[in-house]
Ligand binder design. Structure first.
Ligand SMILES: *Cc1c(COP(=O)(O)O)cnc(C)c1O
Length: 419
């Protein structure tokens, strides 16, 4: 039993109620000035978030998906290009690639971090691609499509292994756009620069989502691009506002992709709490690790590499009979989720890319075993204990059930029923 009428997957109510006055005052301020889109609140948030990420520029946009799309277009993606990413991510990563006119190509992930495996990336670039002598560009051997960029995803709040990815990108003249939509505040030790770097400060640009459930969430849709490159920042600023440099002066065709002032004001208020919230998520992750310590023979716990400080957007365990465990936990009123159950290369939406089952064995194996446990800053110790106890009980029951047939001969009728 879990008590308290069940354990939710996340808690978006408590932090907002605690900040209610401050959040409502943002709305009052917007009402008084009728400044609803863009304006000073957006600019102030952009300044503060760029500082938080250690990036020169931040451009607020309407969503994480728009941030990815605008970053890719600003990086110079042309129709028919190929952009490399991973198959175990939210579809927004590849939607942005396709909607920028490019073709997504996948490489498999590391079996401990679930992030892009730099060795697989190298194999892709050096075995499946070659230099086109007439253009001097790297092209995919099969499709002849120019390979122009890499989008590593900092999944679950841990950054991808950026040093080798950036090195390969440099060697092959590719851009790197970080999908940092799950990694606000995550840091990575760069051997090249001998210092810790935050998500959003390493690639040519990075995309953040402020969807309500993210570590930093708006009260609606919002996103941002961070970059150290002024040309990219200016281009994204144009793209989000119909390609305008001044009102009704359109340099290019752009999008309606601006950030609402109310959302920016809310994000400013919440950004002040983000370091503390991320600390609490990390502490909760350590507590889960500790509570599961006796179970490491049957449960794969999240692996945090020594070069990473993850912010645990999600706490993801891996078990053999995942679906059964999820059902049992649901019966005990513990809500869990799966991020993500079907890898992108096996989605119907990407059938035309021609991938098959077996193409990315690590991603496929992991997708069948992962389970995201409740994770949020306010998650209480007592609830974590109850969750872990339920997981352990479920796995024990399962082990018992799978041993049962060996306890004695099975009656013929039972055998028929089981078949
Ligand atoms: C949430 C998310 C996105 C998309 O962000 P939206 O704000 O929902 O558009 C993209 N990539 C990843 C990895 C995400 O988790």
């Amino acid at each position: 039993m879990t008590g308290n009428g069940g354990i939710p997957f996340s808690d978006l109510v408590t932090p907002h109620l605690e900040m209610e006055e401050e959040l409502v005052s943002v709305f009052r301020k917007a009402l008084k000035t009728a400044g609803f889109v863009g304006g000073p609140m957006v600019e102030e948030f952009e300044r503060e978030f760029s500082q938080y990420c250690g990036a020169e520029y931040c451009v607020g946009v309407g969503s994480g998906t728009a941030a990815l799309l605008f970053a890719l277009i600003a990086a110079g993606v042309q129709p028919g290009d190929t952009v490399v990413t991973v198959p175990n991510t939210f579809i927004a990563t590849t939607e942005a690639i396709s909607q920028a006119g490019a073709r997504p190509a996948f490489v498999d992930v590391d079996d401990r971090t679930y992030n892009m495996n730099a060795r697989r990336l190298q194999e892709y670039l050096e075995l499946q691609c070659c230099l086109d002598r007439s253009t001097g560009k790297l092209v995919n051997r099969k499709t002849q499509s120019p390979v122009v960029g890499i989008v590593p995803v900092h999944l679950y709040g841990q950054m991808a292994d950026m040093d080798p990815i950036l090195q390969l990108a440099k060697r092959h003249k590719l851009f790197v756009i970080e999908d940092a939509c799950q990694a606000h505040g995550a840091v990575y030790y760069s051997r090249k620069e001998s210092c810790w770097k935050a998500a959003g400060s390493l690639g040519l640009a990075a995309a953040f989502s402020f969807y309500p459930g993210k570590n930093l969430g708006a009260c609606g849709e919002a996103g941002a691009v961070t970059t150290n490159d002024k040309v990219i920042a200016d281009k994204v600023r144009m793209l989000r506002d119909h390609g305008q440099v001044q009102k009704y002066s359109h340099e290019i065709e752009g999008y309606n992709g601006r950030l609402d002032a109310i959302q920016a004001g809310i994000l400013r208020a919440k950004l002040k709490h983000l370091p503390e919230w991320n600390q609490k998520r990390r502490a909760n992750a350590r507590r889960y690790d500790e509570l599961f310590r006796s179970q490491i023979a049957t449960i794969n716990l999240p692996y945090e590499s020594p070069r990473n400080r993850a912010v645990y957007h999600l706490y993801v365990i891996r078990v053999k009979n995942r679906d059964q465990l999820q059902v049992r936990l649901a019966q005990a009123n513990v809500t869990t989720q799966i991020h993500y159950p079907t890898p992108l290369h096996l989605q119907r939406a990407y059938a035309a890319l021609g991938y098959e089952k077996g193409d990315f064995p690590v991603t496929e194996k992991v997708a069948a075993e992962i389970l995201s446990l409740p994770m949020y800053p306010e998650l209480e110790h007592s609830r974590q204990k109850a969750i872990v106890q339920e997981v352990i009980n479920s796995l024990a029951r399962e082990a018992l059930a799978s041993r049962k047939p060996n306890l004695g001969p099975v009656a013929p009728t039972e055998r028929r029923a089981a078949g």
